[in-house]
Design a binder for this molecule. Structure first.
Ligand code: SF4
Length: 317
């Protein structure tokens, strides 16, 4: 009798992933661009959670932040402008085993991709959506974006942006079936890490609004917030984003906010005087469309034919 000698077969030891394992190409964002901080936070989370690189996929649209998939060692899809979310939804529908990180910007998501944004929130498929908000179109060299503040001088509005900026969280929280909505800042590495970690742990679509520095075109937009953090309101709760001591010491204005309270979450999003950061809203019981699309996954060809015939038999005359 010949066969495999399984009793002496080599057993590979468990893999251990270091940060280097998640390094992709050299990031070509401008020096001090906030995108570097977000990339680093995601790589740390992947290392801390020991996620195999082949189980990660980064999906993006077009814009500076959408270079993200090139810089993380994982599967990636650098798609069309505004189309990150439908691509990510398609991946989620067929591959429930993957960890999906979506990188999109204020121009990419809130303008040409706005329809996809709203419906992706409603579909609530399991993925972490990071909206990098630098308040400008950076890749195409300084045009007004939906979140540019009134008066910001850009190439399209040299005398200053005319319309009030779109309120990203107000819009997201107004959408049916939102399940995880948070905001963080790229210049506070601890808060950024804890927010993205909580978002990644959520089952469903977690939407994280990241205030992102763009020193090249909008250095002044978040400059005041960085120098005088008094306008920042730190949201705290036992079911919210973990607040490390160093973060608590930095932001004196704090609020105990229950993330299951949608009305208070909306009120916080509308408040222009204070910039709240942390978990605005969390509903772990919101229906997920990927539970529906997962039906039938793993069936054999025979199973599928049998199911098809059974369905067609319903119309037999
Ligand atoms: Fe970052 Fe702005 Fe440079 Fe784009 S233009 S890479 S957003 S600093």
């Amino acid at each position: 009798m010949f066969g495999l000698l399984t009793d002496s077969a080599f057993e590979a030891s468990d893999r251990y992933f270091t940060l280097e394992n998640y390094e992709g190409g050299v990031a070509r964002w401008c020096p001090s661009c906030g995108d570097h901080a977000v990339l680093s936070a995601v790589q740390r989370i992947c290392r801390d959670e020991q996620i195999p690189t082949e189980k990660i996929v980064a999906v993006s649209g077009i814009g500076c932040s959408s270079r993200f998939p090139h810089y993380i060692h994982a599967y990636g899809f650098h798609g069309l402008h505004g189309r990150a979310l439908p691509v990510a939804s398609g991946i989620r529908a067929r591959r429930p085993d993957l960890h999906i990180w979506v990188a999109t910007g204020d121009g990419d998501c809130c303008s040409i991709g706005a329809g996809h944004w709203l419906h992706a929130v409603r579909y609530n498929m399991n993925m972490t959506v990071m909206l990098f908000d630098n308040a400008v179109y950076g890749l195409t060299k300084n045009q007004t974006s939906p979140t540019s503040p009134v008066g910001l001088s850009t190439n399209t509005h040299p005398r200053g942006a005319w319309l009030p900026p779109l309120n990203i969280l107000q819009t997201t929280l107004g959408m049916t079936n939102a399940s995880f909505v948070a905001r963080t800042l790229d210049w506070n590495a601890l808060h950024l890490y804890q927010t993205l970690k909580a978002a990644h742990a959520h089952k469903g679509l977690s939407f994280v609004h990241i205030l992102q520095r763009c020193p090249t075109y909008t250095a002044d937009v978040f400059g005041e917030l960085q120098k005088t953090p008094d306008r920042i309101l730190l949201l705290k709760h036992e079911r919210g984003v973990r607040v490390d001591d160093a973060v608590g010491r930095m932001y004196k204005n704090q609020l105990e906010h229950d993330p299951s309270d949608i009305n208070e979450a909306r009120a916080l999003a509308e408040n222009a005087d204070r910039v709240a950061v942390g978990l605005f809203y969390h509903n772990p019981k919101a229906p997920q469309y990927d539970e529906y699309t997962a039906q039938g996954l793993g069936w054999s060809a025979e199973d599928k034919i049998q199911a098809l015939e059974k369905e067609l038999d319903r119309f037999a005359i």
